[in-house]
Design a protein around this ligand. Structure first.
Ligand code: SAH
Length: 364
């Protein structure tokens, strides 16, 4: 049993069962023992690999998208470029290299990174050494409060899937929250709350789901989406959200734990495995549209990257590469865009100020 499990067991003993969201927040973000707080989880040696770690083309395309948005906005002379959950800083580094080509853009840009992990903050600082110094924050709200009146460009890749979700299960007498409790041997175990939850908690379209169905609600993600959309609607800007998740709202238990590139039990070794849940894009879009914004997607990552010209970028890189590097580029392109790889499961959604022309990447 690890230290976080011991702590959680004593917490449940003292206070009663906790929500799946509280469990997830502790497992990922506990100051001492949380998954992201104590190590670098990425790459071959780590637990999982993300798109920017597969190829520089990914971040470059995002940079191009952000640059196009800035041009469409009429080149504002000050803009806040915000990345949520920047990991090793690879995406931002690749994006800035692409953005540098546009005259005036970097001079107008203030870089902000929203990151909770001290270890990853250090890695980000190293990756971005060649660019104007970023500012780090624990929450996006802290940036937006100081950026009132000024436009923002936001990027979030595999950030929303790390935000805690609550789970509710339908039974014959209504929806009950799934809680993390203790079993007969005093080990962590899932169990339904004895009393049903108020029906309003469950999205209307799902309220009639069959008994046994599970619904996930991500309050943190909804709140962050609202903050972004409110700012963009009022002061301008654009946001790009990339993650794996549902295009249509649906039932299902999508919470999963991954360790060493393999799935494990979500209650096993808290803090030593990554925990994620599918992102409910329909819900995020509904929230964004309640503000003065335009929304796009979600569309498949493959379709977005292709529309943004990733093939042309791969060809250009291939021209200056050795045969083995060309093979690597081809493999990376396949992983990022193919339907059986990240092309369809991963989705891209955008929110822009309402006056902007059609944004690139989403077809017509
Ligand atoms: N975008 C990166 C990393 C994705 S992993 C990539 O694509 O490679 C998730 C990232 O979000 C990590 O940097 C993690 O530390 C950060 N993170 C997760 N939850 C967070 C929270 N609640 N607040 C701030 N950062 C968070």
């Amino acid at each position: 049993m690890n230290a976080l499990e011991t702590y959680l067991i004593s917490l449940v003993r003292a206070q009663g069962p906790i929500s799946v969201a509280t469990y997830m927040a502790e497992a990922l973000g506990n100051e001492k023992h949380g998954y992201y707080m104590k190590k670098d989880p990425f790459g071959q040696q780590g637990d999982f690999t993300t798109a920017p770690e597969i190829s520089q083309m990914f971040g470059e395309i995002i940079g191009l998208w952000q640059a196009t948005s800035w041009l469409n906005m009429g080149r504002p002379d000050k803009i806040h470029l915000i990345e949520l959950g920047p990991g090793r800083g690879t995406l931002m580094q690749d994006a800035l290299r692409a953005m540098k080509i546009i005259p005036g853009l970097l001079a107008a840009t203030r870089i902000h990174l929203v990151e909770m992990s001290p270890i990853l903050r250090k890695m980000q600082q190293k990756s971005l050494g060649d660019y104007p110094a970023p500012e780090w924050h624990s929450r996006i709200g802290d940036i937006l409060r100081h950026a009132r009146g000024e436009p923002i460009l936001v990027i979030a890749n595999e950030f929303f899937d790390a935000l805690p979700v609550r789970q509710f299960q339908k039974t014959d007498n209504g929806w009950h929250e799934r809680l993390v409790s203790l079993d007969g041997r005093d080990r962590l175990a899932l169990r339904l709350a004895p009393m049903p939850a108020p029906e309003q908690v469950i999205p209307g379209a799902l309220q009639r789901a069959a008994p046994g169905s599970i619904v996930e609600i991500c309050h943190a993600g909804e709140h962050i989406m609202a903050e972004i959309a409110e700012h963009i609607g009022q002061f301008g800007g654009a946001a790009l959200i990339i993650d794996y998740g549902y295009g249509q709202q649906d039932c299902g238990d999508s919470l999963q734990a991954v360790k060493n590139h393999k799935y494990t039990d979500i209650l096993q070794d808290p803090g030593d495995a990554d925990l994620t849940a599918h992102v409910n894009f329909q819900r995020l879009r509904e929230i964004a549209t309640t503000y003065n914004t335009r929304t796009y997607g979600p569309t498949g990552q493959g379709s977005f990257l292709n529309a943004m010209g990733i093939r042309q970028r791969a060809d250009a890189l291939g021209k200056e590469a050795s045969a083995s590097q060309r093979e690597d580029i081809r493999t990376a392109l396949h992983r990022l865009t193919h339907e059986d790889e990240m092309g369809r499961l991963f989705k891209v959604m955008a929110v822009t100020e309402s006056g902007l022309p059609d944004i690139s990447g989403f077809g017509s």
